[in-house]
Design a binder for this molecule. Structure first.
Ligand code: TXA
Ligand code: MG
Length: 324
């Protein structure tokens, strides 16, 4: 975790390590960026339609893309979900706190805007200790999308949040670099069998141990109809992203490389990141995208990995980024 002192940016955003101080902003109706183990979120009191509206405005987020509600423990879901389907309970028992979101029936008292008018709501219990301390200090369910401007890669470091939102939020809570680095796995538990809507930190194989009959949204239109967020341009650096299976490809001074192996001629590339393992690839992918933009790269070559476990989530994000 960062030990740098609390500071104000030139745009008057408070950057702090203190979850209690950050929670004061949220309780006053201000959107607050906070760390989680997946990516940084931009939080607001989920019970307040005004606060939730500010999230959409701050991010430039389309109004039909629902938010995930974050709580510190299962008990805090009572005012968020009208019921907890057995499948959701089993997933939460196994994977919460952690990088999992379950979609469940929405409580009638939760504002429509949280889930963009859907009768369901996505809920998540993050495992990051600073996120949990923040949620406890807020003492309310916290609606939060990723803390990037819409369309940009999700932020995995406090400085990424500032790059997108400095001056647009009054407070950023710091908690170091996100461990997982990719957004949570989203499972719709309002259908039978349950449906995997977004690949993420928890792989399909692990989900199948708890729910052997879980289905994966097969077509784009199926994912789209159940999870509006999959419609939008996502995860995009300014540089053109491409997939490659061929380390022999040569680069140039504005081409970058990321993968589990080095390219055969690393000196031909402007920037190279060789990841130690899949976890490292997932953790650094979005940060690398942003660093490449800062370094003026025009192309980012991503070496493909097997689509198992976290590998499936990494390939999903790389493909979306490549599709622009
Ligand atoms: O790891 C994460 O999930 C991060 C951190 C901050 O928790 N949050 C995040 O939020 O990635 P966001 O808003 O960038 O992505 C939420 C995804 C979208 O694809 C959205 O469509 C889907 O979850 N989603 C949310 N509520 C839903 C619902 N009721 N039904 C179907 N999909 C839902
Ligand atoms: Mg997002």
């Amino acid at each position: 975790m960062s030990s740098a002192p609390e500071r104000r940016t030139f745009a008057d955003t408070l950057v702090t390590d203190d979850p209690v101080r950050a929670a004061e902003f949220l309780r006053a109706g201000e959107p607050v960026a906070f760390p989680t183990e997946t990516v940084y979120g931009l939080g607001a009191d989920a019970r307040s339609p005004e606060s939730v509206a500010r999230i959409y405005a701050t991010k430039g987020r389309p109004a039909d893309n629902p938010l995930i509600v974050h709580v510190a423990d299962i008990e805090a879901l009572s005012g968020v979900a009208s019921e907890l389907p057995d499948t959701a309970r089993r997933l939460l028992d196994r994977f919460a706190p952690g990088p999992l979101t379950v979609v469940v029936p929405r409580h009638p008292e939760l504002p429509d805007a949280v889930s963009a008018g859907l009768p369901t709501v996505g809920v998540r219990i993050p495992s990051h200790p600073v996120a949990l301390a923040f949620l406890r200090a807020c003492d309310c369910p916290v609606a939060a999308p990723s803390a990037n401007r819409s369309g940009r890669p999700s932020p995995t470091r406090a400085e990424d949040v500032l790059a997108d939102l400095d001056g647009r939020v009054r407070c950023v809570l710091r908690g170091g670099a996100s461990e997982v680095g990719l957004e949570s796995t989203v499972v719709d538990c309002t259908t039978e069998p349950p449906l995997l809507l977004r690949k993420g930190g928890i792989g399909l194989e692990a989900l199948q141990e708890v729910l052997p009959n879980i289905r994966v949204a097969k077509t784009r239109s199926e994912a789209l109809s159940r999870s509006p967020g999959t419609r939008y341009r996502h995860y995009c650096p300014r540089a053109q992203v491409e997939l490659t299976g061929d380390p022999a490809r040569k680069g140039n001074s504005t081409t970058a490389w990321i993968g589990l192996e080095a390219p055969e001629e690393p000196e031909s590339y402007g920037k190279v990141r060789v990841c130690a393992d899949l976890d490292d690839y997932g953790r650094t992918l979005f940060a690398f995208f942003r660093d490449c933009d800062d370094a003026g790269m025009s192309r980012i070559r991503c070496l493909v990995v097997d689509e198992e476990g976290l590998g499936a989530a990494i390939m999903d994000r790389v493909r979306r980024a490549a599709a622009g």
